[in-house]
Design a protein around this ligand. Structure first.
Ligand code: PEP
Length: 247
């Protein structure tokens, strides 16, 4: 299975900056078929990004979505709106959505169900906070987040990717060690097999949290790591391309 290297720009880059970034980034892209490259810009940049990425093999994703197709949900964006712009992926349950905007496991579950119903591939983010790790609750937290998000849709596990992003590693400059990440990835893989023994193992389990060009290779040495979700270091096209081609 191709590994997925995804850029999460968060609330960064205007339309003009998006245009400059993508034109520069595409100069670094070789053999896009050897890995799956995904860029998730803010909503306002999706249109221009989709125009520039057409035919390049680089995929487009969104950072969030609503679970309804449309209606009175001021400020929200629906999955069909994202699909019209060429988005194939959406990040669901990012720790900033959970902890800054108060997204609950219940809401995240609704978004996952909606993605599956509407043919959008979600990247479900899970991860423990520092105090949870220190209290040795990492596995329990991850298990609860995954079980609640996927309740009732276990048979579709293969149509989802999961990003293990320890909250204490996001944007802090201190990543998990690759060994720590592999331990949690293995736990997640076993949990997915338990939830759906017939799953075909098509769910990639990504690592995210302070990945940079100089540490990406260490993570990608391990087969258990199906890809990377990159925040800060994806904001510069050259730095992101080094991560994309780190393995
Ligand atoms: C993220 O927000 O998904 C992320 C991994 O951020 P950073 O790379 O900056 O830690």
């Amino acid at each position: 299975m191709r590994r997925l290297i995804a850029a999460n720009w968060k609330m960064n880059k205007t339309v003009k900056e998006t245009e400059e970034y993508i034109k520069k980034f595409l100069k670094f892209v070789e053999h896009p078929e050897s890995r799956e490259i995904l860029i998730c810009p803010p909503f306002t940049s999706l249109y221009v990004a989709s125009q520039l990425l057409q035919g390049t093999g680089v995929k487009l994703g969104a950072q969030n979505c609503h679970y309804e197709k449309g209606g009175a949900y001021t400020g929200e964006i629906s999955i069909p709106m994202l699909q019209e712009l060429g988005c194939e992926y959406v990040i669901v349950g990012h720790s900033e959505r959970r902890h800054i905007f108060g997204e609950t496991d219940e809401l995240i579950h609704k978004k996952i169900v909606a993605c599956l119903e509407m043919g959008m591939r979600p990247i479900l983010c899970v991860g423990e906070k520092r105090e949870e790790r220190e209290a040795r609750m990492t596995f329990k937290v991850i298990e609860t987040q995954i079980k609640l998000a996927l309740a009732g849709v276990e048979e579709h596990i293969d149509k989802i990717d999961i990003a293990y992003e320890p909250v204490w590693a996001i944007g802090t400059g201190t990543p998990a060690t690759p060994e720590n990440a592999v331990e949690v990835h293995t736990f997640i893989r076993n949990l997915l097999n338990e939830l759906n023994p017939n799953n075909e193992g098509k769910t990639r389990i990504l690592y995210g949290g302070s990945v940079k060009p100089d540490n990406a290779k260490e993570f990608m040495k391990y087969d258990a790591i199906g890809g990377l979700l990159v925040g800060t270091a994806s904001l510069d096209p050259e730095s992101f391309s080094k991560i994309v081609y780190s393995f």
